[in-house]
Ligand binder design. Structure first.
Ligand SMILES: [Mg+2]
Length: 207
């Protein structure tokens, strides 16, 4: 059995970044005059920023909106963001079993790093600016054995990398949606992760 290496999505899997991201969208609206429904935007986190901003900004303004959002992000998004229930314990459970922890996220790596450092979440590797099948490249590169995420696209990434996807229904996707997208296990929240991990390890040993 390969060494345990667990990848995690960031937004709505390890951290609840909704208040910080909503504040950043509001600051972007204040700066550009272009209305963004921040509450709607944070109800569907997961896809790349560019996808969300394309709902609000005309194509000619899209790239500058992406740039401005990222400029505003460190000042608005980091301090309001909190760990998801069970996030610290999930990371500790992997380390206690001799495993490594990866974060593979659609967010820019340098912005994801600000969250991890602010919250004191220590991970071994961080790969950013990746979505859906692109995440599989990072999972393979770092020899991930599992991928944990809250979005159906995260389950697609796990399948593309050939590793079990662990869905956690703390984001925009329901348990049923995560299951239908190929999750091997679906958790209500990360507090259930250590027991689920032991179950999966046990199952793999028996196979
Ligand atoms: Mg997510």
């Amino acid at each position: 059995m390969p060494a345990l290496t667990v990848g995690f999505d960031l937004d709505m899997t390890l951290v609840d970044s909704r208040p910080g991201i909503a504040a950043t969208f509001r600051a972007l609206t204040a700066r550009t005059g272009v209305p963004v429904d921040a509450d709607l935007a944070v109800s569907r986190l997961g896809p790349p920023l560019r996808t969300e901003l394309a709902h609000w900004f005309p194509p000619a303004q899209l790239e500058s909106a992406v740039h401005e959002y990222r400029e505003l992000y460190p000042a608005y998004a980091i301090t309001p963001t909190v760990p998801m229930p069970g996030a610290r314990e999930a990371i500790e459970a992997i380390r206690a079993r001799g495993g490594r922890v990866l974060v593979v996220t659609a967010k820019m790596g340098r912005l994801a790093r600000l969250h991890l450092d602010h919250l004191g979440l220590a991970v071994d590797e961080l790969a950013g600016d990746l979505f859906a099948e692109q995440k599989a490249t990072a999972l393979r590169e770092h020899d991930a054995t599992h991928y944990v995420g809250d979005h159906v696209a995260d389950m697609v990434a796990a399948a593309a990398a050939g590793v079990p996807g662990i869905g956690v229904a703390t984001g925009p996707c329901s348990r049923a949606e995560l299951g239908a997208a190929g999750a091997e296990v679906v958790l209500g929240e990360l507090t259930e992760f250590p027991a689920a991990l032991d179950g999966m390890i046990q199952l793999a040993l028996e196979q």
